[in-house]
Design a protein around this ligand. Structure first.
Ligand SMILES: Cc1cc2nc3c(=O)[nH]c(=O)nc-3n(C[C@H](O)[C@H](O)[C@H](O)COP(=O)(O)OP(=O)(O)OC[C@H]3O[C@@H](n4cnc5c(N)ncnc54)[C@H](O)[C@@H]3O)c2cc1C
Length: 363
């Protein structure tokens, strides 16, 4: 394969462009938007993904924070239920502004903006991609990195994303205001009945990202801007204080999809959310898109590269899907026996409990 078209300039598509270019493949990324927004919210980049970005020479550390640990805390009294020492991993755990990471990835990739892919067909010489401006392009293969509502996925399946029953609301605030309530050197997650909340530093520690995940009957329900505070009655003042500082939260309905039977077909292959969208309970969606991209590039010399990529990635994604389902069930227990059992299990979890996730190096 000499020329590969990548649809979607998200974290997955841009990482794939860098990784494939290193294998001497000519790559062009097609992005529907006219430009990439400077997204001010944060993202956690765990060591499994950071190791891949380092290997690809992606430089985004200037703006990023390297938290010492992740802590899970109890909603009512702020007590620590579990702690992960992040210094145990060979690569750092980063928290970073999404816009800064995207800018670092984009600086290394050719992107054609304003090109929404609407059609893909195989022809004897490769694939033909059609765009909504009426243009077409040919390539030897196409990588679908076009996210949850992937058009490339339409080659594989017609089913639609399914609403999870949860929304994530997020905001960013100055660390100076949040400092007495949050921890500028840690990722904090508070678990409580029906909902959880997390907070972590970004922008060199100058700002804090706050995320609330809670149930909502329909994806589009509009609640008053400060409803989260009334939903957090009885929560510890640290959480209520952060929510009070937050003002208006930006809501986003959370979706996933049932697993696809295959992520590759002829000359098309899916990565990231296009292949396996997941709820953000483990903060792994982007990390797995990065692992996908790096693995795909390493498979190019295999006799059937896309099939080899899928074979390598399937078990890993199945385990992450299972862990995400478990978190969906256990994160939001009301106080009671289930919650106490969960808390005891968390307290007893060994230091290497997350090594399978964070210390993993893909094939
Ligand atoms: C609240 C929340 C918090 C999260 N936190 C984390 C975290 O801390 N760590 C983590 O690893 N993950 C996290 N995730 C998950 C992560 O954001 C996603 O998994 C990740 O962004 C997926 O990357 P992607 O490149 O596959 O898709 P996307 O980021 O969705 O990118 C797809 C790109 O394709 C473009 N596109 C779409 N359709 C077309 C088309 N037809 N033609 C051309 N271009 C198209 C889009 O405009 C976009 O630029 C979180 C998710 C949520 C909702």
């Amino acid at each position: 394969m000499k020329r590969i078209a990548i649809v979607g300039a998200g974290i997955g598509g841009l990482t794939a462009a860098i990784a494939l270019a290193r294998q001497n493949v000519e790559c062009v990324v097609f992005e529907r938007h006219a430009t990439l927004p400077d997204d001010a919210t944060g993202i956690e980049i765990s060591p499994n993904a950071a190791a891949e970005l380092h290997a690809l020479g992606v430089a985004f550390e200037d703006d990023a924070v390297r938290p010492h640990g992740r802590e899970i805390r109890r909603w009512r009294d702020n007590s620590t239920l579990a702690r992960t020492d992040l210094s145990r991993y060979a690569a750092p755990y980063y928290t970073v502004r999404r816009g800064a990471l995207i800018a670092a990835l984009k600086s290394a990739s050719p992107v054609r903006f304003g090109r929404r892919c609407v059609a893909i067909r195989n022809d004897p010489a490769g694939v033909v991609l059609g765009f909504d401006d009426g243009t077409i392009t040919r390539a030897d293969a196409v990588v679908g990195a076009d996210g949850l509502h992937s058009a490339v996925r339409g080659v594989f399946s017609r089913e639609l994303p399914r609403y999870s029953g949860f929304v994530a609301s997020h905001t960013v605030m100055p660390m100076d205001a949040a400092r007495p309530l949050a921890a500028p050197d840690r990722v904090l997650t508070w678990l409580g009945p029906k909902r959880h909340c997390l907070a972590y530093p970004i922008d060199g520690g100058r700002r804090l990202t706050l995320v609330v995940v809670e149930p909502q009957a329909t994806p589009t329900a509009q609640n008053p801007p400060r409803d989260s505070l009334t939903n957090f009655l009885g929560w510890h003042p640290a959480v209520r204080g952060l929510l009070g500082l937050a003002g208006r939260l930006h809501r986003r309905a959370l979706y996933d999809r049932p697993p696809l039977q295959h992520w590759q077909h002829h000359r098309a292959v899916l990565i990231g959310d296009a292949a396996h969208p997941m709820l953000p309970f483990l903060a792994q969606g982007a990390a797995q898109a990065i692992e996908d991209a790096a693995t795909l590039a390493r498979c190019l010399t295999a006799p059937d590269p896309f099939a080899r990529y899928e074979e390598l990635r399937r078990p890993r994604l199945a385990r992450i899907a299972e862990a995400t389902r478990a978190a969906l069930r256990t994160f939001h227990f009301p106080d009671g026996e289930d919650q106490r059992r969960r808390d005891r299990a968390m307290a007893a979890s060994p230091p290497d409990a997350l090594d399978w996730l964070y210390a993993h190096r893909p094939g």
